[in-house]
Design a protein around this ligand. Structure first.
Ligand SMILES: Cc1ncc(COP(=O)(O)O)c(C=O)c1O
Length: 369
């Protein structure tokens, strides 16, 4: 089902790049990055930045504080932890990225306990409740859409469990869910949410975006151990429509244009388009006996992780489809040899996804295991 809105901005049916990030970027956004240089302490920058945080807040669904950072998403994992400096962290791990965030917390010197869920299984909110009864935590980290396995965790239910059972702050990686499937920062009681530009926001890589709740910001003022990504500095400079340090201005020109595009589609429209792409891959896979890694109901709306049907090699499939100009993701980490991943996020349309699925059918015949 195609809507009147053309997400590709002039290239319907022509996208061939389906990595689970970085993603295809439409022409209008790429062109915005070629803007002439401006100084980041002058009026032109203040005019550019003036309403970026408030429009971005609509994407995070919050009335709270939203900021941008010239950083990969990993830098914002650090920011989420360092600005709170928790005494003990419960790291929920169910795939490569959530495991890595737990390691990030250890590397920063925090005391970390890991609550593990098998790869491909969503985290059970009751297990979170039980873990919170065993020890006192002041932060819980969670990856909403686990890109390595294509699993969508129930952030709403887990945040509710954390709120009900503790005083802990909910720190959420919404890297591959923001702008692709529902993220309700305020309504779900999230304290810190972070994402990168190169996923469903459909911008080039290199810009981080984040939200911090009022109670997070209040505590952060007393406890922060961050320097480059110190929240109170971001807040102080935001008042002047600036960022604390030299930003990647080209990314902000691109974000300015892209926010108009996202809000014109509407978030609900964007979510529905991603949901339709996920459902299309589900139907396609079922008809061909390719098997989804996560169970029904726990599948990311932006990245589908599949085990190819018996007799087909996922690595050969990725290579074969590439010969026809299509880029998809291979498996990640320990799942590298056994799965392939289709990133259907950002400004990709259903018609482009159809051409990819046909190309995969053609390639599957030549991709013997
Ligand atoms: C869920 C998730 N979190 C974090 C990251 C790390 O992002 P970056 O490479 O921008 O640091 C990724 C990258 O794919 C991701 O998918």
């Amino acid at each position: 089902m195609t809507t009147a809105f053309d997400p590709t901005g002039g290239s319907p049916g022509q996208v061939k790049f389906f990595l689970p990030g970085p993603v295809w970027v439409r022409r209008g956004v790429r062109e915005a990055m070629a803007h002439e240089a401006i100084g980041h302490r002058g009026k032109a920058f203040a005019d550019l930045y003036a309403d970026i945080p408030s429009r971005l807040a609509q994407v995070f669904r919050t009335r709270g504080f939203v900021f941008t950072a010239t950083s990969a998403a990993t830098g914002l994992w650090e920011a989420a932890l360092l600005n709170l400096a928790p005494e003990r962290v419960l790291a929920i791990a169910s795939g490569a990225f959530s495991e890595r965030w737990a390691q990030c917390a250890r590397d920063l010197g925090f005391a970390v306990d890991v609550l593990e869920s098998p790869w491909g299984s969503p985290v059970d909110p009751d297990a979170v409740t039980a873990a919170l009864k065993k020890a006192r935590y002041d932060a819980v980290t969670l990856v909403h859409s686990e890109t390595s396995t294509g699993t969508l965790n129930d952030l709403e239910a887990i945040a509710r469990a954390v709120r009900a059972g503790s005083e802990a702050f909910v720190l959420a990686d919404v890297v591959t869910s923001l702008a692709g499937s529902p993220v309700e920062s305020d309504a779900w009681g999230v304290d810190f949410a972070l994402a990168g530009s190169q996923k469903a926001l459909a911008l080039p890589p290199g810009l981080g975006v984040a939200f911090a709740s009022d109670r997070y910001r209040a505590l952060s003022r007393e406890r922060s151990r961050a320097h480059y990504l110190r929240l109170s500095e971001a807040e102080a400079f935001a008042e002047k429509h600036q960022t604390p340090y030299t930003p990647s201005t080209p990314h902000l020109f691109a974000l300015d244009v892209q926010l108009d595009h996202i809000l014109a589609e509407t978030l609900e429209g964007r979510w529905a388009r991603h949901d339709a792409m996920r459902r299309r891959v589900e139907l396609w896979a079922a008809e061909r006996s390719h098997v989804f890694a996560p169970a029904v109901g726990a599948r990311s709306w932006t990245v589908s992780c599949l085990k190819p049907r018996s007799g087909v090699s996922s690595e050969a499939l990725v290579a074969k489809v590439k010969e026809n100009g299509f880029t998809i993701g291979g498996g990640y980490g320990k799942w590298k040899p056994s799965t392939f991943r289709i990133g259907h996020m950002g400004d990709v349309d259903l018609a482009s996804l159809e051409t990819l699925l046909s190309a995969l059918d053609a390639a599957a015949g030549d991709a013997a295991a």
